[in-house]
Design a binder for this molecule. Structure first.
Ligand code: UDP
Length: 241
């Protein structure tokens, strides 16, 4: 049977973790990984899908690292948010080298580098076929980029949050500790909560659940995975309301 060519989702939030842009080392940025990620995004743009990207920052800094070492927690989160700006600029560069016009909007203003976050302007960019990257998370400490993805997704009317990580979905147990653990192809928000599955941090998860914004968790390291997800294929795990 021919593969259906109509995307399952028309407007998506793509949320790669910082580590997903870092390549094998998990630290800093890797040119090839950035280029591969850009190609994955371009492939879904070519299907006419509106793409919002919210990039993580864990390849540079996670707020709790600093807080655990005695740093002021807010200060440490500010460092974390700046890390997401570096990732966003690097991904913008890779996307534009791949021929995809892109705008970065930051939740903390830095107008010499990028636009500030303006919802209506972001929506206009999407209408024009541009990829919009939201940097600096929510702009507030004590949150994560998963929450930023859920928030911006709800604000801009995305149909799903696609969370790209190192693992290829949600498992019944940690597959590293429990070899018999199985991947869920889909699971409801309620079942994920009752089974205590840590899919996203609690704030992000609650926002998606309240807004009935489904989440798909999948591995960014599988070639073509983003396109398969957008086509609604059985890739990763769908969390649904
Ligand atoms: N961060 C923040 N507020 C936000 C988003 C991110 O303070 O709204 C900071 C926080 O310190 C976090 C870091 O930025 O640890 C990197 O983001 P995240 O941990 O979500 O990145 P990922 O794990 O996806 O790479």
């Amino acid at each position: 049977m021919a593969t259906p060519s109509i995307p399952r989702w028309k407007r998506i939030v793509f949320k790669p973790s910082g580590e997903a842009l870092a390549g094998a080392s998990g630290q800093g940025l890797d040119g090839e990984t950035l280029d591969a990620t850009a190609r994955e995004i371009v492939a879904v743009r070519e299907m006419g899908v509106d793409v919002i990207v919210v990039v993580g920052g864990g390849n540079f800094w996670r707020g709790r690292q600093g807080a655990m070492a005695g740093m002021d927690a807010t200060q440490s989160d500010h460092i974390g948010m700046l890390g997401t700006v570096m990732n966003s600029l690097a991904l913008q560069d890779a996307l534009e080298r791949a021929g995809q016009i892109t705008r970065v909007q930051t939740a903390i203003e830095m107008p010499r580098i990028a636009e500030p976050y303006i919802r209506r302007r972001a929506m206009r960019h999407l209408e024009k076929g541009r990829v919009v990257i939201f940097a600096a998370g929510t702009g507030n400490p004590f949150f994560t980029t998963d929450t930023a993805a859920a928030l911006r997704g709800a604000e801009i009317g995305a149909q799903i949050v696609l969370k790209a990580t190192k693992v290829d979905g949600v498992y019944s147990a940690d597959p590293k500790l429990e070899p018999t653990a199985t991947r869920y192809s889909k699971i409801s928000f309620d079942n994920a909560i009752s089974q205590n599955l840590g899919i996203m941090d609690a704030t992000a998860f609650a926002l998606c659940r309240d807004q009935k914004l489904p989440i798909k968790v999948f591995s960014i390291f599988k070639h073509g995975a983003l396109k398969r997800v957008v086509m609604g294929e059985d890739e990763g795990t769908l969390v649904y309301a």
